[in-house]
Design a protein. Structure first.
Length: 168
């Protein structure tokens, strides 16, 4: 991983462990705002809120197969994830790929359920008594987000701004 200090006030670079720990503590949580940015086929941007999940050092989210974000990802998996965590604003750049492994789908469902959303795996995606009003009918697809670059801006001491570039 490469780290670059973006702070213009003389603060030290933020350690990646601070961002990682904030994601561990804040995901999934309904009060943690997370937005997925994708690109429409005509090149226009699209942004939508998602329920992001941290599991074993990896990031996951769900989407109904008929939603704009799922259709965008099918055409172009490049995307961004933006979130406001405790003491840190974080923007992630990478790609999303649909999860089809039934064992992993079960683990993702269990973690969402432990976080308060009563999700279950049906072997293809997730089902639950409810989801976002715009999610469409279940089952909802699960996506794995592969991280390339992250930008963090501390909103609490110690302050700073940092870019982390990851080897994939």
């Amino acid at each position: 991983m490469e780290t670059k200090n973006l702070d213009i006030y003389g603060d030290a670079p933020l350690p990646w462990s601070r961002a990682r720990d904030a994601m561990v503590d804040g995901l999934p949580a309904a009060e943690t705002p997370v937005f997925l940015g994708t690109t429409r086929p005509d090149g226009r941007p699209h942004s939508a809120g998602v329920g992001m999940l941290w599991l074993d050092g990896e990031l996951y989210f769900t989407s109904g197969p008929g939603t704009r974000k799922a259709r965008n990802l099918a055409a172009n998996p490049a995307c961004t994830v933006s979130m406001r965590l405790k003491g840190l604003d974080l923007v992630l750049e990478g790609a999303a790929e649909r999860v089809e492994d039934p064992v992993l789908l079960e683990r993702v469902a269990e973690r969402y359920a432990a976080g308060g959303w009563p999700a279950e795996s049906d072997g293809v995606g997730l089902t639950a008594p409810y989801s976002a009003p715009s999610a469409g009918p279940p089952p909802w697809h699960v996506y794995h987000f592969s991280l390339d670059v992250a930008f963090g801006v501390a909103t609490a001491e110690p302050y700073g701004a940092t870019r982390w570039t990851f080897d994939r």
